[in-house]
Design a protein. Structure first.
Length: 138
């Protein structure tokens, strides 16, 4: 990929990471189930590209705050090989095969205690799914 493409991918990744924090706060304000999910644990999660930018999210007492940069001691780290891969993974949330292939090829890694890794990944996915309603009340 050329330099312009890399810069665009990096910019899109940073914008996406900023939007994730905003979306988590917005979803928590509208959906009690998601607010309860955030209140389950306190942790600091770092999402970053291997050779480049990142953002960390502090979840404390059900509140989400985020800052640009690399946290010195996060509880869990989600690392993408490239910013472009991070954009692809987050913009195609139903692409489970893409996530599995990225993990198998070590293009996506999770570092931290296993319970924190699982919790943050399900929490990131749940903000997309919490508003879905299906079925009919019987």
């Amino acid at each position: 990929m050329n330099r312009i493409g890399e810069r665009l991918s990096t910019f899109a990744f940073l914008l996406l990471l900023y939007g994730i924090g905003f979306a988590m706060r917005y979803t928590a304000s509208r959906y009690p189930a998601y607010r309860a999910r955030l209140a389950e644990t306190d942790l600091t999660a770092q999402i970053r590209a291997k050779e480049g930018p990142g953002r960390y999210y502090e979840i404390r007492n059900g509140k989400v705050s985020s800052r640009s940069g690399i946290h010195p001691n996060p509880d869990v780290v989600v690392t993408f090989k490239t910013a472009r891969l991070g954009v692809r993974i987050f913009t195609h949330p139903n692409d489970q095969l893409g996530r599995v292939n990225a993990a198998k090829s070590f293009s996506l890694s999770l570092d931290g205690p296993e319970e924190n890794e699982i919790w943050i990944m399900f929490t990131l996915e749940q903000w997309l799914l919490v508003r879905w309603q299906y079925g009919v009340d019987a």
